[in-house]
Design a protein around this ligand. Structure first.
Ligand code: HEM
Ligand code: FES
Length: 778
């Protein structure tokens, strides 16, 4: 019997594990007892339905399922990360045991779905994954882009003039299925039959079919199995074709123990589902979500550059794989809860993706979220989805074509969205939309049909997230320095920023970085101060000559490469000329937190120095001014004569000024000096001076070779590992990864000396191995 006491479970697990012999033999909290993923709230919104669990009981036993349910981000990721303690062997098992009758139906079809990749244990899994990875790499996927575009275009052509459509029935189901078949190298078969088979497979694996439904499901699954076998037999006769399955057959000829017959047959069936339904559902979720957030839809219509990150945010917010499974192979704890060997886990990625502990305002749909790509919808670690970049490419192309051709479409009001009841595969059965065909933009401008947004294969970079800003005020602080106030053109609140941050602005043909210097508490405006440089490469001249109140421009960021150390005892700020902009923001922040600081500010003359009034007003006698025309020179050697423990020096200014400062503080503690770098000193890799090495990726379980003329970052991407980057020249810190072993040849400008010596992290865009191997936590 279940003891449903209402006692708080925050402090201790309600389950007496010593008594945990059979389901039902242990006390379970009322909500855990009531958890039913096949009906009700979990079907409507799995993440919301498990909020109680994330907050109060993040790991609980569900007697209904006989599974332990894991709902927090860190716990779900930790389970994905360790594929030996948490075996994937049960990932494709039937979550509802099959009735005898259904089993005998399956037996008639010799149904023998067995290990593929996703449910294969080590040591068999990794060699197989490695042997079969090549067709998934970005270089190989690029060949599929024209096919995905052509298909998408053809399907949209069919309904673009009709004024209404069910996006799922008329496009989002069949295009991913056709792409999947192309990718796998399977001839395009009867789509409706395959649709029926796929749904049956999902219900069979993750659903709870009623007893009377089970036989029909078993029939369809049996036929699907036979179909897979027939296609495979045909392929074996001529395995020279394109596609992942013929590729697999060819690999089998070389490595029969790695790619077995049983694997090929199982994969033939599971591969269609893996590549198809996941993507079809993800696309339908994305369209529903975007059209429900009309303002966001309009933004991506206006700026298709936002699509890649929007796709990532859709995958996070409404992913198509809601939960996945693992088997516990030894007694352990998850999130502090003891779990016995043999326990089965339902790890709810959709819940993890809404965990406030990892994602700010996790329920908000924010296409500029800079950690959207941390979602677990593709799993994580050594089994992470191999097809993720094909899926991303498809969804991006769907959104591009639809935003371009039907920006005015809207959801048919009051439609009820229904979902196939199951634990894992999630997407609406139908998405009905309507529009006025007379307003189709291509009628007025047929040229737009040939516009193409190139797809960037792989995880989107934060660097691509842009917003449109309007210049709301311009003020000359000096003859040469212009204070520019920018507001989001659509009036949306701006992201929070920290002192030292900068934004990137598209100045005509070039992009330039400017430090923020305004009021950090004002979420409606950002301010930069721009010096008109006589030898301007285009950025400052553009700002000074092209900008007027009302001008709109594109901005990325804010980002911070120049962060304040919150623990310093004292701060010395040193600015040369326009270098005052980040410094003033930093001084404001230190003042606000009650820290001890002083500001030294050098310039040509008082009239050329920006912000003197503001400095005097806000920082009073903490400021010293050095106008050189008055003969007041900053004597750096004298100022920094005595090294001070606990004092941090932050400086921005011309290169010569920074070099002098670096010399003057050479005897200071290693990490005392921080300078803002806007340009890199890195040179192109010279393979004759570099050596090749290997990076061992602990979480992914693979070793990636890095050639002498290749960065670690590029080697990772070529191996299909998601890798963030931004500047790609060692100044921003976006590509930092944890290093577990091996000596790093650091070449970035981000890490401090102490951090370099500690060697616990590295920048993959530029730093290399001293020796032959590095082990990374990836
Ligand atoms: C594995 C999700 C699209 C092929 C997985 C896993 C998940 C997943 C959750 C298990 C990860 C783990 O255990 O850590 C998705 C989603 C997709 C998608 C949400 C679409 C939005 C695709 C596509 C393909 C594909 C298009 C093939 C073309 C695979 C394969 C594996 C896999 C082969 C097994 C990898 C292994 O175990 O080593 N996918 N997938 N997936 N997926 Fe996908
Ligand atoms: Fe900027 Fe590597 S991407 S430091």
């Amino acid at each position: 019997t279940l003891e449903t006491s209402g006692a708080s479970t925050q402090d201790r697990c309600p389950i007496d594990h010593s008594a945990f012999t059979s389901p039902g033999g242990c006390p379970v909290s009322p909500r855990a007892a009531a958890f039913d993923p096949f009906t009700g709230p979990y079907q409507t919104d799995p993440a919301a339905s498990l909020r109680w669990s994330r907050d109060e009981e993040p790991v609980f036993y569900s007697p209904e399922l006989d599974y332990w349910v894991v709902t927090r981000y860190e716990d779900v990721k930790a389970v994905f990360r360790d594929n030996e303690l948490f075996s994937p062997a049960i990932a494709l098992d039937k979550i509802t045991p099959t009735s005898d009758e259904a089993s005998s139906v399956l037996a008639q079809y010799d149904y023998a779905m067995s290990r593929t990749l996703v449910n294969e244990d080590e040591p068999a899994h990794m060699p197989r994954r490695r042997a079969l990875m090549e067709p998934f790499t970005p270089a190989a996927l690029a060949h599929h882009e024209p096919m995905v575009r052509r298909l998408t275009r053809e399907y949209v052509d069919r309904f673009v003039d009709s004024g209404h459509v069910d996006l799922v029935d008329e496009m989002l189901w069949e295009v991913p299925l056709t792409v999947a078949l192309h990718f796998l190298g399977v001839p395009e078969e009867d789509m409706d039959t395959l649709r029926e088979y796929s749904i049956a497979h999902t219900v069979n694996t993750w659903g709870r079919p009623a007893p009377e439904q089970q036989v029909a499901v078993a029939e369809a699954v049996g036929k699907f199995w036979q179909f897979a076998g027939t296609v495979l037999d045909k392929m074996r006769k001529d395995p020279s074709g394109h596609g992942w399955m013929p590729f697999g057959i060819r690999v089998q000829q070389e490595q029969p123990d790695v790619v077995t017959d049983s694997y090929l047959h199982s994969m033939m069936m599971a591969g269609i589902v893996a590549a198809h339904e996941t993507t079809a559902n993800a696309s339908a979720n994305a369209l529903r979500l975007l059209l429900e957030h009309r303002d966001v839809w309009e933004e991506i219509c206006d700026d298709p550059g936002l699509i890649p990150n929007a796709v990532e945010e859709c995958l996070r917010h409404s992913g198509s794989v809601a939960a996945w499974r693992r088997l516990v192979t030894a007694d352990t704890t998850i999130g502090g809860i003891e779990i016995p060997a043999g326990a089965k886990l339902l790890i709810v990625n959709s819940s993890a993706n809404h965990d406030e502990r990892h994602f700010d305002q996790a329920d908000d749909f924010d296409i500029r979220r800079d950690n959207a790509g941390d979602h677990l919808t593709f799993g994580y670690g050594s089994h992470q989805c191999m097809g993720k970049n094909l899926a991303r490419m498809e969804i991006q192309i769907f959104l591009e074509e639809l935003t371009k051709r039907l920006p005015h479409m809207e959801l048919v009001p009051d439609q009820e969205f229904t979902y196939l009841p199951n634990t894992s595969f999630r997407g609406p059965d139908h998405v009905l939309v309507r529009w006025d065909p007379a307003r189709n933009p291509e009628r007025a401008d047929p040229g737009l049909l040939s516009l193409r947004q190139p797809v960037k294969i792989g995880e989107p970079s934060k660097n691509t997230i842009a917003r449109t800003m309007t210049v709301s005020e311009l003020e000359h602080l000096t003859d040469d320095v212009l204070l520019v106030t920018l507001r989001d053109t659509s009036g949306r609140p701006l992201p929070k920023w920290s002192a030292g941050s900068h934004i990137d602005i598209d100045c005509g043909a070039v992009s330039r970085q400017y430090s923020l210097c305004g009021d950090r508490s004002d979420r409606t405006a950002l301010q930069i101060a721009v010096l008109h440089e006589s030898n301007s490469r285009g950025g400052s001249r553009w700002v000074h000559t092209e900008l007027a109140v009302g001008t709109t421009l594109r901005m990325r960021g804010p980002r911070n490469h120049f962060k304040l150390d919150p623990d310093a005892q004292r701060y010395v700020f040193v600015a040369g000329g326009i270098g005052i902009t980040p410094v003033i923001a930093m001084a404001d922040e230190v003042k606000a937190t009650g820290g001890d600081y002083e500001i030294h500010y050098a310039g040509r003359s008082r009239t050329s120095m920006a912000f003197l009034d503001r400095l005097a007003r806000d920082h009073g006698d903490r400021v010293r001014i050095y106008p050189s025309d008055k003969g007041t020179r900053m004597d750096l050697a004298n100022l920094f004569a005595t090294a001070e423990e606990g004092t941090q020096v932050y400086s921005c200014g011309p290169e010569r000024f920074l070099t002098a400062l670096s010399d003057a503080t050479a005897h200071w503690p290693d990490d005392a000096l921080h300078v803002e770098h806007f340009s890199s000193t890195l040179e192109a890799l010279d393979p004759s001076k570099e050596h090749a090495f290997e990076v061992v990726l602990k979480d992914s379980g693979i070793t990636v070779p890095v050639a002498a003329d290749q960065t670690v970052l590029h080697a990772l991407r070529a191996a299909n590992i998601d890798a963030q980057s931004d500047c790609e020249e060692g100044i921003c810190g976006a590509c930092e990864v944890p290093v577990l072993d091996g000596a790093v040849d650091h070449r970035d400008l981000v890490l401090t000396k102490t951090e370099r010596i500690a060697g616990k992290t590295m920048m993959t865009c530029c730093s290399r191995a001293c020796g032959s191997t590095l082990t990374l936590q990836l």
